[in-house]
Design a protein around this ligand. Structure first.
Ligand SMILES: [Fe+2]
Ligand SMILES: [Fe+2]
Length: 227
């Protein structure tokens, strides 16, 4: 993808064409999962990034073998199974673990580090929303998409749940931003005990997995359904 190829595209369009593109957006701090509907040129201007630099990175990326599957060439059902088995399962396993950890760390160190109470509050609300969210995807939206792919019958009824899921992704994005701010991007400090450090490592992993998860839904799965 050269400079001309990315000039007038939205972040979402570029992200959807290349599964690995999230690595480049991540490097430049560009929101590729929830704020992906903006033109890349606008985002670059706002952040003071030269679009030619990003274009060069894309050229280099296209030459390197990918460690990700090209989900654009897979069936939607395969992509959905992958999302459920990998990213939804990760949330089912890790949210309860992180909840116990954050409760423990906040009760021990909250007096000294008051931001931990706020981290706990945001985490609990985000975790509850996420568990309800993935249930809606698995029970309602994903079966509709699989059925649509099998029968070829495209119903406009599918657009409403997609919009609803996208709106919920945006809320998750806001919560992640707030957690990132409160924890100074999960910076480990020398006076942190082992649990405190494990919490920050776990929350950072959660952020990374959620961004990749939402990228696959917002930028690859949903646009293919809408096409
Ligand atoms: Fe999901
Ligand atoms: Fe989702």
């Amino acid at each position: 993808m050269n400079e001309i190829a990315i000039q007038n595209k939205t972040v979402r369009e570029i992200a959807g064409q290349h599964t690995d593109s999230y690595k480049i957006f991540h490097k430049y701090g560009i929101d590729f999962c929830c704020g992906g509907k903006r033109l890349l040129s606008d985002v670059c201007e706002e952040k003071g990034i030269e679009i030619s630099e990003i274009a060069n990175d894309f050229v280099a990326l296209e030459k390197t073998p990918s460690d990700q599957k090209d989900w654009n060439t897979e069936t939607l059902e395969n992509l959905i199974n992958h999302i459920v088995d990998t990213h939804h399962q990760y949330l089912q396993d890790d949210l309860p673990r992180l909840f116990h950890l954050i409760q423990k760390v906040a009760s021990r160190h909250g007096e000294r580090d008051a931001h931990l109470y706020k981290v706990l509050e945001i985490f609990v609300s985000m975790a509850n929303e996420l568990l309800a969210h993935i249930e809606k995807e698995e029970r309602v939206l994903f079966p509709m998409i699989v059925e649509m792919e099998k029968t070829g019958d495209i119903s406009t009824q599918i657009l409403m749940p997609i919009l609803a899921m996208e709106a919920e992704h945006e809320e998750v994005g806001k919560a992640l931003e707030e957690l990132d701010r409160l924890t100074e991007s999960y910076a480990i400090k020398p006076n942190m005990c082992a649990s405190y450090q494990a919490l920050y490592v776990g929350l950072k992993q959660l952020e990374e997995d959620l961004k990749l998860h939402i990228h696959k839904e917002n930028n690859i799965l949903f646009p293919q359904v809408q096409q």
